[in-house]
Write a protein that binds this ligand. Sequence first.
Ligand SMILES: Cc1ncc(COP(=O)(O)O)c(C=O)c1O
Length: 387
Amino acid sequence: MNKNNQEKKIIKSLKNLLRNKPKGHHDPLFLGNEKKYLSKCISTGYVSYVGKFVNLFEKKISSYTKAKYSVATSSGTAALHLALKYFDLGQNDEVLVPSLTYVATANAVSYCGATPNFLDIENESLGICPVKLEKYLKKIAKKNGKFTYNKKSKKKIKALIAVHLYGFPCKIIEIKKICKKYNIILIEDAAEALGSFLKKKHLGTFGDAGILSFNGNKPITCGSGGAVITENKKMCLRLKHLSTHAKKQDLIDHIHDEIGYNYRMNNLSAAVGCAQLENIKKIIIAKRKNYLWYQNAFKNLQYIKILKEPKFSKTNYWLITAVLKNYKIKNNLLKKLKKEGYGLRTTWRPLHSLKIYKNCPRDTMKNSNDFFRKAINLPSSPKLNFS
Ligand SMILES: Cc1ncc(COP(=O)(O)O)c(C=O)c1O
């Protein structure tokens, strides 16, 4: 079938499927106590970061993810920045980051003055390819004492951020083994992965720290918000301190013992988050139905394939991802549907191709480039299949 006909058929099937449905990219679903809890904040006057919903939200996140500790933040980006800060990253450090991720992953590295070193993905999990990672490290890195250094830049390869893209688990178990071998800190960017599990373990709980996002487009939202999850009590206490301007407890005075950040989640956001978490199971069920719904709708079109979650995982299908057989139809297809208000998008653009990151070190990028060329994200709101 020629390119125009492929495009027409996909557009027709999508429009048919999304008839009488919300067309947005990821409209949030508010089911329960959001208004009630918000009005509690307003009536008590606790609207900024001091308030009982913030602590309650942290407890609920820990209980859902089974992470021992969680620190609620104003965004996922802030959570990532804080987690990197804890490990004291600076200008003499490099951080291994997949190129195919949202820009915030690399930006958090840049905020610390460190340099992202970009890695390629592999096609099943959409995360860092452990085989290529190991080869790349063998080529560029040298162990000196306890630590691993980039032979060319002489910088320490101090950390790796493993991203669970679109809620799919990357090969975190294999990646963790490599990090251990090279003594590299492992941080999981699980911003897109609340409600996703690998071998029944929540994503974000495999590494030294994990981060989550509760932005408006995430499975559950606080408007804007994030969290660091960890097993490390010392990290939890320090990040709470750092996220509140490093202000020491004092009855009357303002004592700040280092340069901190205004990164703690506010009570209004946490109130919405608490209400959202009460319904997370229903929301994830609806999102998992989205996969079957699209899969069924496109099963007879051989030139578009809906990606299925990797083996041993149960994911949130955050953004349903489709791969086109003919990448030449992608831009036209997206433009046409976008003009009519449908929330289709290209996948994240590989970061090594952005001007701001073009001078960073990187591995070869065949898989990331191929994936970006031919994959798209489809409307994925839980509203599409909520019952
Ligand atoms: C992979 C990834 N990392 C980090 C973030 C940043 O989260 P936030 O938007 O809450 O700052 C996002 C947000 O979309 C993301 O997708």
